[in-house]
Design a protein around this ligand. Structure first.
Ligand code: SAM
Length: 349
């Protein structure tokens, strides 16, 4: 006897198929189909296939699948982008997610293929996915210009989407200077100077990253310039600032390394300084926020870090004299970003 439609385990079936939909999105993005359709749509499958250099039968199936997923519209004139494809899936828009999608296809997909080993061994799988074992994930990312560019484009695209919420979750207007540690391309820094025109923002990141930031700078922007400084935040002196920002940085590291970093920040903080942490935050029981819980698996396959709950972040921060922890769940499009504003009460050493 077959199951009636109302009794089908639809959630499970959706999850079983989820990877097919992800891969259809990744391949259409990789082939830049959304760029072609933005410029020339509506287009027939045969014309898309000729432009892109793919088979007609394969392209037609991919376009139909994308239309069924709500990424494209299909009419008698052919296929065209939905508004959301124009905004998020073309490669050149301000809010383009193209960089992160390519990173997901080329980097995260091979890592997730080794999730079973990661769970069995409790450790990162870069050596299985990419055949090499580097000391940390950033050495893996920055060993080649191509991989570095892809990673930076991914961080840039996701940071654009979340930067406004990170910048405005707290009123930061009392701060005169901010240092975005691990600030990568400066996407958040540029948002901060737009929201707080009097704030001087320094982006601090590894030399390989700072050497590659010019490609990502906004053109014709009329805000205060952002300063870029290269260094290793575990070893080098940190730039002076009233506000230190750690956006998607702490989740890359185990507690021991976080203690090294927080004690360095703590040592240079004057009274009244603050730290702003932007991360996906797990609920205390670790059972509700599946985006953040899946992100923690993403950390397992490639880093020594993990996502943490608000209480866990609070405990880490309080060990270094940062009190008055406040959390805002912003409900941002992709992320649950929580932010902590921590003011030192003790006098700095
Ligand atoms: N803050 C950005 C964001 O929210 O999109 C980028 C986050 S990315 C996951 C982590 C950043 O930390 C990278 O840009 C990386 O280069 C930087 N980073 C890693 N290790 C570092 C170190 N030892 N010193 C300085 N920056 C480092």
């Amino acid at each position: 006897v077959s199951q009636s439609a109302s009794k089908l385990p639809s959630k499970i079936l959706e999850l079983m198929d989820g990877f097919r939909a992800s891969k259809a999105l990744f391949v259409a993005s990789k082939l830049k189909i959304f760029d072609h359709l933005k410029d020339k749509g509506p287009m027939k499958a045969v014309d898309v296939a000729n432009d892109v250099g793919t088979s007609v039968c394969g392209t037609e199936r991919l376009l139909d699948a994308c239309a069924s997923l709500g990424l494209l519209e299909k009419t008698s004139q052919g296929y065209s982008n939905t508004d959301s494809a124009n905004t998020y899936l073309t490669s050149d828009g301000k809010y383009s997610l193209h960089g992160y999608i390519i990173h997901s296809n080329d980097h995260l997909w091979p890592l997730f293929t080794n999730l079973e080993s990661a769970v069995k061994e409790g450790s990162r799988q870069n050596h299985r996915a990419f055949g090499k074992k580097a000391d940390d994930l950033f050495k893996d990312y920055y060993h080649s210009q191509e991989v570095k560019q892809r990673f930076m484009a991914a961080m840039h695209s996701i940071a654009h989407l979340t930067a406004r919420d990170v910048a405005t979750a707290f009123d930061l207007s009392k701060f005169k200077s901010a240092c975005d540690l691990g600030g990568c391309t400066g996407a958040l820094a540029h948002e901060l100077v737009q929201v707080y025109p009097n704030l001087k923002v320094t982006v601090f990141d590894l030399p390989e990253v700072i050497a590659n930031t010019s490609y990502f700078q906004p053109s014709g922007q009329h805000t205060a310039p952002v300063t870029f400084v290269s260094g290793d935040f575990f070893k080098d002196n940190l730039p002076e600032a009233d506000l230190y920002i750690l956006s998607r940085v702490l989740h890359d590291w185990p507690d021991e390394k976080i203690h090294v970093l927080l004690s360095k920040i703590s040592a240079v903080c004057r009274p009244g300084c603050a730290i702003l942490v932007a991360e996906m935050v797990l609920d205390d029981e670790k059972k509700n926020r599946s985006t953040a819980l899946l992100q923690s698996l993403n950390m397992l396959v490639q880093t020594e870090g993990k996502e943490r709950s608000g209480c866990e972040y609070q405990a880490l921060l309080e060990k270094h004299g940062f009190t008055n922890v406040k959390i805002r769940i912003t409900g941002n499009l992709l992320d649950w970003i929580a932010e902590y504003e921590i003011r030192r009460k003790k006098r700095c050493r």
